[in-house]
Design a protein around this ligand. Structure first.
Ligand SMILES: Nc1ncnc2c1ncn2[C@@H]1O[C@H](COP(=O)(O)OP(=O)(O)OP(=O)(O)O)[C@@H](O)[C@H]1O
Ligand code: SF4
Ligand SMILES: [Mg+2]
Length: 327
């Protein structure tokens, strides 16, 4: 076992689709298909791909919230794939999550300070003064006045609610936080502020992040390494500077050229190439390389044979690409 903090080894997560009175399995959604990735202590791994590519499911598998169909999940040198809830509890303290929608983590009937204190009550059982001091300290750590902890979620802006969500995730002093599109739901004007906060917190606390996002731009500031997912598989992984400056997989190249779909007019005006074609159905993914129906470089071989991830490039340590043409 490597010194990785958390690791997925050849993990697949398939969801059965059931129909009829007998609820017979008629098909399977291969949300995650043979994914291996590891996160070192203090490292930020960006996980990028279009909607439905399996990013959240991979994150949930790492958090042990979704059981893998096959493969193993490792945390701090231990295979935790089959650990019971009770055995997982101490690990959960060290492994937290921030979701896209801050409201999902905040109970509207609870004062925000109580939401932040909840994980403390589950894991640490502090005395009342120590608990109050810790909550105040967490509010300040995420740039909120400690007095605001008496307020209700609806009194906060989206950006402030996400700050509370981050404070809650940090309450138990985790080693790794899965950030599942933490700024996608926020106004563009506050996205940068929250990203800067996440960068500062990482520096101060030596945190590792699995940073999930749709586009490469969002992870560029933070990620040490980037993994690109397409239809449940990693198609390219490597140091961020290599993947962003010299993407080798045609899908990564297309993602880098693509601009947010929310602004197609500007995209056209600037002549950017937006990724063409529909994402195929996960129930019956294309044969060979799953990207071939959309790939400008596809050859007849790509339609029948799948290339597994393999190391590429001499000067780019640690880059692996799943494409026949990648050098
Ligand atoms: N509990 C579930 N039952 C059945 N199918 C599921 C379940 N969870 C996810 N899926 C399917 O698995 C696929 C991958 O979903 P996932 O949410 O992991 O993708 P994603 O990359 O996070 O997408 P997004 O960017 O939209 O969040 C999708 O087709 C989704 O519909
Ligand atoms: S293997 Fe072929 S179809 Fe797949 S990305 Fe490479 S060139 Fe395109
Ligand atoms: Mg998702």
């Amino acid at each position: 076992m490597s010194g990785a903090l958390a690791e997925l080894r050849d993990v697949s997560v398939h969801f059965p689709i059931r129909r009829g009175l007998l609820q017979r399995e008629v098909a399977r959604v291969r949300a995650v298909d043979g994914v291996s990735l590891s996160i070192e202590r203090g490292e930020v791994l960006g996980l990028v791909g279009e909607s439905g590519s399996g990013k959240s499911t991979a994150g949930r598998a790492l958090l042990r919230l979704t059981p893998p169909t096959s493969g193993t999940v490792w945390f701090d040198g231990a295979d935790v794939t089959r650990w019971s809830r009770a055995r997982l509890l101490p690990m959960r303290r060290r492994l937290q999550v921030v979701f896209q929608d801050p409201d999902a983590a905040l109970d509207p009937r609870m004062r925000v300070g109580e939401s932040v204190a909840e994980p403390l009550d589950v894991h640490l059982r502090l005395s009342w003064p120590a608990r109050e001091a810790k909550v105040a300290q967490l509010f300040e750590a995420v740039g909120l006045d400690a007095a605001l902890r008496q307020r209700w979620p609806h009194e906060f802006s989206g950006g402030q609610r996400q700050r509370v969500g981050i404070a809650r995730a940090l309450a138990t002093d985790p080693d790794l936080v899965v950030l599942d599109e933490p700024v996608s739901a926020l106004d563009v004007s506050v996205q940068a502020q929250v990203l800067n906060l996440l960068a500062d917190l990482r520096q101060q606390r030596g945190l590792a992040y699995l940073f999930i996002a749709h586009d490469l731009g969002a992870v560029a500031h933070l990620a040490d390494r980037v993994a690109v997912m397409y239809l449940g598989r990693i198609v390219e992984i490597g140091p961020a500077e290599n993947v962003l400056a010299a993407p080798r997989h045609p899908y990564t190249q297309a993602l880098l050229r693509a601009v947010p779909r929310t602004d197609p007019v500007q995209a056209k005006a600037h002549g950017f190439q937006v990724l063409e074609g529909e994402i195929p159905n996960l129930r019956s993914p294309p044969t060979g390389c799953a990207f071939h129906p959309r790939c400008p470089a596809a050859t007849p071989r790509c339609r029948v044979e799948h290339q597994a991830l393999r190391p590429c490039g001499t000067g780019s340590k640690g880059v692996a690409v799943a494409c026949w043409q990648a050098q």
